[in-house]
Design a protein around this ligand. Structure first.
Ligand code: FAQ
Length: 333
């Protein structure tokens, strides 16, 4: 999927800002060609992709924590198996995305260091706590629902390895969204206490889910350029509106209400209009002051440290295999 060997290297030196190479690059992007790892690309395009893909990868890895918290407490074996598989998928998504980022010339160690040092961002949503079982339903329904809305267009992003990774990720996210909605449906058809638990989860996860799409277009630093390069295919506000339009009827089908007194259907445009998002809260979470930022990074650092022996063993095993293969080759010559 991520091979760098099959395509021909562009004749311009990587990183050189040759105007002919730039014109060829722009023409290929305009023609919806995929840019591949060995192709010439502007340095800023490469940097933008490393930033976005690695933040996405970090989100998947940190995103395992809020749900991982419920694996041992899932209410039945079936729920436990589905949740375990979902969290495992998220680890896999992180790995495809790190591999896609590595094709841009950054190492896994560097990416990991950026996450562990707190320098790199990951999605704001994963800094909120999972207090009840209904939160697992709300995450699948809303967080995976928002992730799919954002990621389906990324299957058409201009960078080949990222686009191909997104195709598989989206298929799995779609299963995640359905398992979340099914948990919500079960709770909403259950006892009044179960329905109240589902409502409470919606109340807490709704606004943070809308924040996942990023700042409003007028304040988004990267959208214009990313759209010109066809890295992003829709703006933050356009995707947020699509998500609201798709999700509100699903919530009403559950018999739940949204924690937004300004939410109303606009007959003229066919869109659900929603109230003001608390961007001060979003900024506080990005600055490291959300309810769980410190806990998430601490857990990740501890997991990395306690996995050191696995990495050492894997490296020692690989070195042994290389030495054995070299000795066999020498003996055969
Ligand atoms: N949280 O100029 P823009 C998932 C940052 S995966 C934190 O608009 P851009 C699966 C942004 O990075 C969820 N930071 O930026 C799952 C930038 O900072 P920088 C992750 C945010 O890149 C489900 C600054 O604000 N998905 O959920 C956020 O054009 C369940 C200015 O923003 C992806 O990463 C935020 N919400 O647009 C896993 C999808 N929003 O770098 C487990 C790919 C913005 O200048 C359980 N990424 N920022 O320091 C994207 O589509 C884009 O990167 C956006 C942001 C739309 C997230």
């Amino acid at each position: 999927m991520y091979t760098q060997a099959l395509n021909q290297q562009d004749s311009a030196a990587p990183g050189s800002e040759d105007s002919g190479a730039l014109a060829r690059f722009e023409a290929r992007v305009a023609a919806e060609d995929k840019i591949e790892p060995n192709d010439w690309m502007p340095e800023a395009y490469r940097r933008t992709l490393i930033r976005q893909i690695s933040q996405h990868a970090h989100s998947e890895i940190i995103g395992m924590q809020p749900e991982g918290n419920w694996i041992t407490r899932a209410p039945s074996l079936r729920r436990k198996a589905a949740l375990l598989a979902k969290v495992q998928d998220e680890g896999g998504h992180g790995l495809y995305l790190y591999a896609a980022a590595e094709t841009l010339g950054i190492s896994r160690e560097e990416l990991n260091e950026q996450l562990l040092s707190g320098k790199a961002k990951y999605s704001s949503i994963f800094n909120y706590p999972t207090l009840t079982w209904a939160d697992i339903g709300a995450i699948g329904w809303l967080v995976d629902g928002a992730a799919i809305m954002n990621q389906i267009p990324l299957c058409r992003t201009s960078y080949g390895p990222y686009a191909r990774a997104m195709i598989r990720v989206c298929k799995e996210e779609s299963f995640h969204q359905r398992q979340g909605y099914e948990i919500m449906l079960t709770l909403c058809r259950g006892t009044p206490a179960q329905k109240a638990m589902a409502q409470d989860a919606l109340d807490r996860w709704w606004w943070p889910s809308l924040m996942m799409f990023g700042p409003p277009d007028a304040e988004s630093q990267h959208t214009d350029q990313a759209m010109r390069w066809k890295i992003k295919r829709f703006t933050n506000d356009a995707l947020r509106q699509q998500f609201v339009d798709a999700t509100v009827p699903q919530g009403h089908h559950l018999g739940l209400s949204f924690p937004d007194p300004d939410l109303r259907f606009d007959e003229a445009t066919g869109h659900w209009r929603f109230g003001a998002i608390d961007w001060a809260e979003f900024k506080a979470v990005l600055a490291g002051n959300g309810p769980c930022n410190r806990q998430r990074l601490r857990t990740r650092r501890e997991a990395h440290a306690s996995g050191a022996w696995v990495r050492e063993a894997a490296l020692a095993h690989a070195a042994k295999r290389r030495a054995r293969a070299a000795a066999q080759k020498q003996a055969a010559e």
